[in-house]
Design a binder for this molecule. Sequence first.
Ligand code: C2E
Ligand code: CA
Ligand code: CA
Length: 643
Amino acid sequence: MLRWYASVGDDPRIAVAQAVSLQRQLPFLYALLIFNSVGVVLSEPRQTPLLLRTLFPLALIAISGLRLLHWLGQTRRRERLRPPEARRRLRLIMLIAASLALAYTGWALTLLRYGDPLRQAHVMIYLTATAIGCIFCLSVLPQAALLVGLIIMPPFVAVCLLQQNTMHTVIAVDGGLVFVVLLRVLFNGYDYFRQQVVSHTRFKRQHDELIRLNQENERLARTDSLTGLPNRRRFHDDLAELVETTTAGVFAVGLFDLDRFKPVNDTFGHHVGDILLIQLAERVRAMLPGGATFYRLGGDEFGLLVSGDAHVAGNVGMRLCRALDEPFTIGELTIAVGGSLGIALFPAAGRLATELFDRADYALYHAKRVQGGGLCIFTHDLESAIRRDRAIEAALQACVFEDEFHLYGQPIVGARTGRVEAIELLARWTSPLIGEVVPADFIAIAERSTLIHGITLTVFRKGLEVARLLPPDVALSFNVSACDLHSPATFDAIERDLLASGIAPSRIWFEVTETAVMRDPTAASRMLERLRQLGIRIALDDFGTGHSSLSNLHQLPLDKVKIDRSFVNDLQAQRGWAVVEAMVGLCRALSLECVAEGVQNAEQLETLLRMGCEHVQGFLFAEPMPVERLPDVIRIIGRRAAA
Ligand code: C2E
Ligand code: CA
Ligand code: CA
């Protein structure tokens, strides 16, 4: 029993529920106590001593009034009750309840000595009714209810029985019985209250756990497991939210792509690739300012969201590109990948998430292909280029290559002999939808899809037809794109068409640009080697523009090098002259034939001859022309050379 009393407020869940419930019920208890006691004071006869009639009860009523005000004040307070505070309150309630019960009972029982039996019966009813009311109000704290009951009822029953009056005896027995029944009902009710609290707490805990697990799942589903960066899903969610919530400000959407990640993966394995991505994420986390978030969208693609204008976004973008240009150290390896970043600004570039994403993607494409890396911010000049590109792409999709493509040819001439040695075949496209389109515009777009293979094969087939019209000692030079070097199906088709044509493979040259080869030198070498085994010769086109190193050049299966026309154009300048001479010397050292492109005047030809360059091409000899005119032009150039 004592332990039961000592345990008041020990269970934190129940203590808080009890204290909250009592907070609501105690004002009723005090109101009842005051109302009933005032009734007794007012009806007390004059012979009762003044102390008992007014002074003592009024003091008790005043204390009860203060408690009433206290509890009314508590009811209005909204803050959460903590378990230690609840426990302290419950113990104080017990103490005050017991003290007041003692004082009120003592007072009422003393009053029984004064007045007639009717008056005494009033005091008895006052005591039982008030006791019942108080016990009910304290029902959620059974220890207090029982204590109050035990303080009031046994002395009350004993005093009533001592009066030896039948009516008083009946009231005493009745009061005692009500008290016992009341206690039973009260304990049942308390059990129910406790179970409710426990199951509610358990349910709440399970519910909280479920919410926590849900949040954790949600967080993982939006995080990239390798780098710990937020992932593609999170990027699109954040972008959609920014678009929705940004009314006055500006922000930037960036797409970042590593330039040389695939070769790293292929050469050193996926394990090194993974470590590189982890290091990259750490480096970016350390340098990004507040207001900017970096996401991994997949593979070697990343996203960037920056709140701020073009100036802020440009700054962040530049710093990001610079940071990722720095090489990474993985064990013994030092790897430089570098990257390209495209940025689109809200609202200047678009107000829809899809629009901003597409435009950042276009800016990225521009940064990668046109600028060769670094940062590009989307502008409206690019916008018209996008429109034009889209129209070209749609027309290409609908294009019947055989009908719409025709060929131009441009002679390549022996620098000393002046005779035509080969014809470079150049694609020309007249689209029924958008008219004439120059190769510079459609080749890059076709390279974004598999359409480029269709163009390569069409030009090749038509070129083999042209070969029949030309003298057998004139070769044909075809341009192939980087994408063709990764397409075994294109290679198979080339082999089939070549064998079927009966043209000697030694009459066929393929020109591959330096940038195309450098993107993936290992794969390119493999394909070029297969072409050479068929008897086809390989020329490295636009040499000097793709930053290939001497060792790269040495390892590639090449027969010729075409010096880019920009260098030939600079021949008159001292530095240009030195560069071309070095290139010619390099070709000689590597036993490669050397072709100078873009020769436009006699001085350039003279200089190239002196340097020892054996083959030349350019407007000085002939501009690209419809292939039908080639036989005549070859004859004229031949006659001029002989003379
Ligand atoms: P390229 O391979 O460097 O082709 C030579 C380009 O230089 C031609 O432009 C030609 O008109 C131009 N050119 C020739 N001599 C001179 C000169 O003395 N001065 C100047 N300023 N330019 C000269 P075109 O026909 O517009 O071709 C542009 C590029 O398009 C080509 O550059 C080539 O990379 C690509 N291309 C053309 N046809 C094909 C094709 O069938 N397949 C692929 N993959 N690319 C092609
Ligand atoms: Ca070419
Ligand atoms: Ca070229």
